[in-house]
Design a protein around this ligand. Structure first.
Ligand SMILES: Cc1ncc(COP(=O)(O)O)c(C=O)c1O
Length: 442
């Protein structure tokens, strides 16, 4: 069905709910990825499981179709099921997929990344961001002989060294928290204070170069200066910014070159692959077999072939220009509509064009979760899968953006009305989004 025909259609999510109920019996929380958990969606008024996807559209298990702006948690950059990437991966599967020894494409891909990414002199592949970040921290600790790691607001996976500093640390030895020093993004004074007082113990500073908001002028440069001066390894976690802000990542975009960096997501357009890259002097520590990073599936050929094809397309076609231009059009259009419907106190959109985020504020006694749920429900009803951020892709065209802006025009008008008449909570037809908990528990 064409999206435009769906504007007033009331959608069924019965199959999504059925799958959820069944999944809960065998999968804690109903999904293995935190950000794909049904409780982050308005259960009953939103899709919970996706069956297939193509371009910038996803089709849920009830057969409903939506324009997607999460793009599989920022993983899909060229579009779902990009035929050339799929063909390259399929050929690799037919070759046997994974072997007793590495395949030659592994080093071809490493060389391609070295050519594109400023800090990359050598590369090691893993399957996910958590492992690559863990590897980076290990290199920094061995290189400096120090133990503590500073973080600056980002997310770096589920491993103990990092998660010990968060609320999600159940099951992690409390002692791990002694070695991780969290800081807020853009708070250069706090970063400076820690370095001034503890530099002798700090092995690494790991950060996402951009976390939703832009870095304050000089923030990244100052961090680079301080880490260099105090023998602290600077690690950029570019899982989200990599290849998205520019083909050389945030480090090329800002001209601030870290010592190590982690890439994934856009790298292989959906195939499971991450890369830990960096200065030769640091990376070569892995040549000592007792400085260890290894993964059985790291050299699986389909993902490597997919990454090679993805990078070829990124280099050969105006992908970055397109993504920036679509993202900018969307951002400007959303700002206009927020203003048109007098929602500036409740809603903002922030961030660079290829990765913008909605910031929702409590308004008129309604919580952020309620407002978010209402926007999601009404957007979904009109064919847009609102998730609170927009990671546009090469597959989003001008017509998709215009359609989405028309949807937001209607949704924001409704939101404005419901905030004014105090009926917002009554109009949420599904279960209000919760940050945690499964049906019947929270
Ligand atoms: C910036 C960043 N670092 C690390 C990770 C962890 O990656 P993974 O879930 O592949 O282990 C993520 C995942 O979303 C991420 O966004």
């Amino acid at each position: 069905m064409h999206l435009a025909e769906k504007k007033t259609v009331s959608l069924s999510f019965r199959q999504s709910e059925y799958v959820y109920d069944r999944a809960l019996e065998v999968i804690p929380m109903g999904a293995s990825t935190f950000s794909r958990n049904p409780h982050l969606f308005v259960i009953g008024a939103s899709p919970l499981y996706i069956d297939s996807a193509r371009g910038c559209r996803v089709r849920d298990v009830d057969g409903n179709e939506f324009i997607d702006y999460s793009m599989a948690l920022s993983i899909i950059f060229l579009g779902y099921a990009e035929p050339r990437v799929s063909a390259a991966a399929k050929a690799a599967i037919d070759d046997g997929l994974i072997f007793t020894l590495s395949c030659p494409q592994e080093s071809i891909l490493a060389r391609t990344i070295v050519d594109l990414v400023p800090c990359a002199e050598m590369v090691r592949f893993c399957k996910n961001g958590s492992d690559s970040c863990e590897g980076a921290v290990r290199l920094a600790r061995r290189h400096t002989g120090k133990l503590k790691v500073m973080t600056v607001g980002g997310y770096h996976g589920f491993h103990d060294w990092y998660i010990a500093s968060t609320a999600r640390r159940e099951g992690v030895p409390p002692a791990m928290a002694e070695w991780v020093l969290p800081h807020a993004y853009n708070d250069i004074d706090a970063v400076e204070r820690t370095i001034r007082t503890q530099a002798g113990e700090i092995a690494a500073l790991i950060m996402e170069p951009v976390i939703n908001i832009e870095p304050r002028p000089g923030f990244l440069e100052r961090i680079r200066e301080l880490t260099l001066r105090h023998n602290i390894v600077l690690i950029f976690d570019e899982m989200k910014t990599g290849f998205r802000l520019s083909i050389g990542g945030a480090q090329a975009f800002f001209g601030v070159v870290p010592d190590l960096a982690v890439f994934g997501k856009a790298l292989s357009n959906g195939f499971p692959l991450s890369a830990l890259v960096g200065k030769r002097e640091l990376m070569r520590q892995f040549e000592d077999e007792n400085c260890f990073l290894s993964a059985s599936y790291a050299t699986e050929k389909a993902s490597i072939a997919a990454a090679l094809k993805t990078l070829e397309i990124l280099e050969g076609e105006p992908v970055l220009e397109h993504v920036w231009s679509m993202g900018e059009r969307l951002k400007v259009g959303i700002v206009e509509r927020i203003e048109r419907h007098h929602l500036t106190a409740s809603l903002k959109i922030i961030g660079f064009a290829p990765m913008t985020h909605f910031v929702i504020s409590e308004t008129a006694g309604f919580t952020v979760a309620q407002i978010r749920s209402f926007i999601q429900q009404e957007s979904v009803r009109r064919g847009v899968l609102f998730v609170g951020y927009n990671h546009t892709s090469y597959a989003h065209g001008p017509a998709d953006i215009e359609y989405t802006l028309d949807v937001y025009d209607e949704v924001f008008a409704l939101l404005s009305r419901r905030l004014a008449d105090g009926m917002l909570a009554d109009r949420i037809e599904g279960r209000t989004i919760s940050s945690f908990g499964v049906r019947g528990i929270s």
